[in-house]
Design a protein around this ligand. Structure first.
Ligand code: NAP
Length: 335
């Protein structure tokens, strides 16, 4: 029996900061699955900063969202009708068919997730692409070594909190910034980072000097902007920067760091990366992350927005300093 599904579409492209007007809701009929397909009802959705780039009509590493079409994004759902014995009823699957309640898809487009290991939503956060992004940035881009000092901007966010935890577990000294006192307390008390500060409070470089008088070995950059500039000044000779994101400039570009030439004098290595180039590393990452999560060394922190109606606002909020999300922002739909 076909079912109805509500979905969120892009209605217009933002100039600068996006708003609720850029989104619209529609109800569509989802047909029964054909052979080799399943019908899935989403249980939770991911909203992510990179989706802002997809709202522009610009060539990038992922194609732009199309006006009038449903948005795409990470989602976890449950199979409610199956025409493929590999995915029986009740199986939890991961897909890119987010921003909607239900969909039909070929089983080849879906990955099974094991909800006996962790709740389904963890596969959008700490055990998913988010956690992998942190792990790749630390291991392959920054090549972080045991005992080094690392500064993580956006430390209380989805990728940032994973990076802080993985670095701390490795025996590194972790310095982290965030945009509210509540987040700074989370970093200090729950993530047990060595030094946490509110980047909106006080001089950035003074914080870094206080935290690491001899300088930092690695900067894990989630924000760009003034924090990148301060990190360049705080880095030691031969330091490394893993350029993961630059959210300070996603809506309105920010000027580059005025001290960029320090890259030369300090012989720094600055490397950007896109996590999808490293998806083959997911099993190796999970081999480390799953036992750490089970033993409690790694914690899964998320902030939940309830219902599809809440998705656009949850997304828009990510772009504010002091945004409400601690850990991964998840939109919960059904059980
Ligand atoms: N390279 C890759 O493959 C890859 C993959 C995933 C994510 N990323 C990037 O990683 C970064 C973090 O992504 P996420 O999914 O973990 O998001 P997130 O950190 O959970 O959420 C975004 C956070 O950005 C902070 N923020 C917003 N405006 C800011 C500003 N003007 N200056 C400084 N911070 C600001 C807010 O935290 P505060 O309250 O602390 O300000 C907000 O909570 C993003 O830049 C994203 O694009 C890259």
């Amino acid at each position: 029996m076909p079912i109805e599904s509500r979905e969120i579409r892009l209605t217009s492209r933002p100039q600068g900061e996006p708003s609720l007007d850029n989104f619209s809701f529609a109800t569509v009929e989802v047909r029964d699955p054909n052979v080799g397909e399943v019908l899935v009802r989403n249980v939770c959705l991911s909203v992510d900063p990179y989706m802002r780039g997809r709202m522009n009509d610009a060539k990038s590493y992922v194609p732009p969202f199309q006006i009038g079409q449903p948005l795409e994004g990470g989602a976890i759902g449950r199979v409610i009708a199956s025409q493929d014995e590999k995915l029986p009823l009740g199986t939890y699957v991961q897909s890119m068919y987010g921003w909607r309640e239900a969909f039909v898809a070929p089983t080849a487009n879906l990955q099974i997730v094991d909800t006996t290991v962790a709740p389904a939503s963890a596969y959008l956060g700490i055990l998913g692409v988010t956690g992998l992004t942190a792990w790749v940035g630390l291991n392959h881009i920054a090549r972080l070594k045991i005992g080094e000092t690392i500064f993580v901007s956006g430390g209380a966010g989805a990728v940032g909190n994973a990076a802080c935890q993985l670095a701390r577990i490795r025996g590194c000294k972790v310095i982290a910034s965030a945009g509210s006192e509540e987040k700074v307390s989370f970093l200090r008390e729950e993530l047990k980072v060595g030094y946490a500060f509110n980047y909106r409070d006080g001089d950035l470089l003074e914080h870094l000097k206080q935290a690491a008088p001899d300088g930092i070995h690695v900067y894990f950059d989630n924000t760009g902007g003034p924090q990148l500039e301060a990190a360049l000044s705080a880095l030691r000779n031969y330091g490394r920067i893993a350029m993961c994101g630059g959210i300070a400039g996603y809506n309105t570009p920010v000027p580059g760091p005025r001290n960029l030439m320090l890259v030369i004098g300090k012989r720094l290595r600055v490397e950007g990366y896109i996590v999808s180039d490293h998806f083959r590393e997911l099993p190796a990452f999970l081999e480390e992350a799953v036992p750490a999560l089970k033993s409690g060394k790694l914690i899964n922190r998320e902030t939940v927005a309830e219902g599809l109606d809440a998705a656009p606002a949850a997304f828009l909020d990510l772009f504010h300093s002091g945004a409400r999300n601690i850990g991964k922002m998840i939109v919960k739909l059904s059980d």
